[in-house]
Design a protein around this ligand. Structure first.
Ligand code: ADP
Length: 301
């Protein structure tokens, strides 16, 4: 669904209109939502339906940059067919002379990284709430043969009603592509697994490793492989050295240790994670209030 667009500046109120000339849709560009490595993301409002979107604008000069990961076309191809409650919806894309526009589902509460920055660490019921949704999103990706390769807190967007949506498929790939080019990494994933460091290639289990790092970070406020240098960090990852926090529950500790198993085959599969004691035995809130973006909840039983 690619089409071309054009830009207009409204002289009176200085708002900025962008038209997708093929579909005829006119958008009003609103506030800047954030800057990414390869472009900016703005709030866009469809001028006729008033529907709000997050639009990633990537300049054509940036698009051809050699570090633009798997390429914008790869990102679009993988993302555009995914329709799941826990994955940021990719509606369509268009371009004009300057930019490529990716029209995405708007997530009003930013990301889990933003929440953790304010909150420092999260409670176990909240972590269960977020993990269950993240797992549903990963399950959808893996069932389609897609490995995300860059799961991290800043790629878990939080939409209306505190629903988690996995986004940014800029580093994603399919298992087939991975098997053709094992060991190739374009760009740097946030949570490097031992097999990726050893250049043995990504697999679904590398996403599971990242999930272990994410769960650890949500519960403790820091990543498991902190070090004084990159060399030391890689050493800790290769050797599987990370401090096991004593202030979290035994079931949380056990799950983290299994997710961070050095050998990918020893990590649990998604079905095993869903059935894990940490996720099934403790209290999980059905919904979270948006006040929990900045204030710790006080769950009363
Ligand atoms: P990068 O891939 O380099 O992290 P992105 O272009 O994906 O950058 O995102 C840049 C910023 O834009 C994010 O940090 C986030 O604040 C905001 N953003 C991206 N996608 C959305 C979205 N769907 N809804 C709301 N904000 C978003």
């Amino acid at each position: 669904m690619e089409s071309t667009g054009s830009q207009y500046r409204d002289g009176q109120n200085l708002s900025f209109y962008i038209q997708d000339t093929k579909s005829g849709r006119m958008y009003r560009r609103g506030k800047l939502l954030g800057k990414g490595a390869f472009g900016r993301c703005y709030k866009f409002t469809d001028a006729s339906s008033r529907q709000v979107f997050a639009v990633k604008m990537i300049s054509h000069t940036r698009k051809i940059h050699k570090f633009y990961r798997g390429g914008v076309e790869n990102e679009i191809e993988l993302h555009c067919n995914l329709k799941h409650k826990n994955i940021v919806r990719f509606y369509h894309h268009f371009e004009d002379q300057k930019y490529m526009y990716m029209v995405l589902e708007y997530c009003r509460h930013k990301s889990l990284a933003h929440i953790l920055r304010v909150r420092k660490l999260l409670t176990e019921p909240e972590v269960r709430y977020y993990m269950k949704q993240i797992l549903q999103g990963i399950l959808c990706l893996h069932q389609q043969g897609i490995i995300h390769r860059d799961l991290k807190l800043s790629n878990f967007f939080i939409a209306k009603n505190m629903i988690v949506k996995i986004g940014d498929l800029g580093l994603a790939t399919t298992v087939e592509q991975c098997e053709k080019l094992p060991g190739v990494i374009c760009g740097t994933p946030n949570y490097l697994s031992p097999e990726v460091l050893a250049k043995s290639g990504h697999s679904f289990k590398s996403d599971i490793w990242a999930l272990g790092c994410i769960m650890y970070t949500m519960l403790t406020g820091y990543s498991p492989f902190r070090a004084r240098s990159q060399k030391e960090m890689y050493y800790f990852i290769r050797e599987g050295f990370f401090p096991v926090p004593t202030f979290i529950s035994l079931s949380a500790r056990r799950l983290i240790i299994s997710l961070l198993a050095s050998c990918p085959d020893n990590r649990p599969c998604l079905e095993e994670i869903f059935a894990n004691d940490f996720l099934t035995k403790g209290f999980t809130p059905e919904r979270l209030s948006s006040t929990m973006c900045h204030t710790a909840p006080n769950f009363t039983f």
